[in-house]
Ligand binder design. Structure first.
Ligand code: ATR
Length: 279
């Protein structure tokens, strides 16, 4: 009997998962490159995560993305964890290896940097301190990435100060912690500003911080991409700062998984952005 050709299966595990843009993105890339494959959203309750991760490879899955609330729990289940995922304390990309081992990586930080490099080619991360607003999971990925590209100092302000203190103790002396109410003054001399909080997202209050102390050449970016241009970015752009929206990070963090699972390095370009925005 001839063996049937294998069609690679991948997907995203979340809870909820209906809002995820990943199926639209991977589906677009599969069509664009004429590849056989499927990328399926799966709503998985936290208590089922391990069972699902151990079952999917037996069904022909080559890997998955993992989103909220599973990104930290994945590290307790994976057999192999990359250094950057361990440092961040969370993972978003899983490869089911042929030897049965579950390999977990975090591509959020590299996606964050790739988005800035692509959309702000003159950005020089070493030119001055970076200000990071927020100290949640996304912030940890951003801080790890900024350290890796040579930012000399990372100033973090978070409403709940102890979360920022934990980042400082995990990431070392290049991180300094500032009061949430001092978020405006701490922008002085900064070359990069990142909003990693959920403020500014559709349905949430706007992120309000005075930009008066910020140099006009500093790059301002927001991880929020609904709306595509947050009030924070609009304000920064109006005073002349270069700005980059957060959609590109979503696209770039997805690319390594797609390449690994489906064997094709996907392009992150305007057509990709439009495919996700119109989905
Ligand atoms: P994520 O993994 O996306 O970073 P998270 O861990 O829930 O999600 O973190 C959300 C971030 O947004 C945190 O920095 C949070 O501040 P706290 O640590 O004080 O909760 C920040 N955030 C959310 N709502 C906020 C608000 N109304 N004012 C200030 N910060 C807020």
């Amino acid at each position: 009997m001839t063996e049937l050709p294998r069609i690679p299966l991948a997907g995203v595990l979340g809870h909820p998962v209906a809002h995820s843009r990943s199926p639209a993105l991977h589906g677009y890339w599969l069509r664009r490159y004429g590849l056989k494959g499927f990328y399926i959203p799966m709503d998985v309750a936290p208590g089922d995560l391990e069972t699902v991760l151990r079952t999917l490879p037996k069904m022909g899955f080559v890997g998955v993305n993992v989103t909220l609330p599973h990104k930290e729990a994945l590290l307790q289940i994976a057999d192999i964890i990359t250094d950057r995922a361990a440092l961040i304390g969370a993972a978003n990309t899983v490869i089911f290896r042929k030897d049965g081992k579950i390999h977990a990586d975090n591509t959020d930080g590299s996606g964050f940097i790739a988005n800035l490099r692509q959309n702000a080619p003159h950005w020089n991360p070493a030119a001055g301190p970076a200000a990071v607003l927020g100290a949640g999971g996304a912030s940890r990925a951003v801080v790890a990435a900024l350290i890796e590209v040579g930012v000399p100092e990372i100033r973090i302000a978070n409403r709940t100060r102890p979360r920022a203190e934990v980042i400082r103790s995990d990431f070392g002396a290049r991180v300094t912690v500032h009061e949430w109410v001092q978020a405006g003054p701490m922008l002085e001399d900064c070359a990069t500003v990142v909003n990693t909080t959920s403020l500014g997202m559709t349905g949430k209050p706007d992120f309000k911080v005075s930009l008066n102390a910020l140099p006009f050449g500093a790059l301002v970016t927001d991880l929020v991409y609904t709306p595509l241009k947050t009030q924070f970015l609009i304000e920064a752009e109006e005073r002349g700062n270069p700005v980059v929206d957060g959609l590109g990070m979503l696209l770039h963090q997805a690319a390594p998984g797609f390449e690994r699972w489906f064997g094709q390095r996907p392009e992150v370009d305007e057509a990709t952005r439009q495919a996700v925005l119109s989905a």
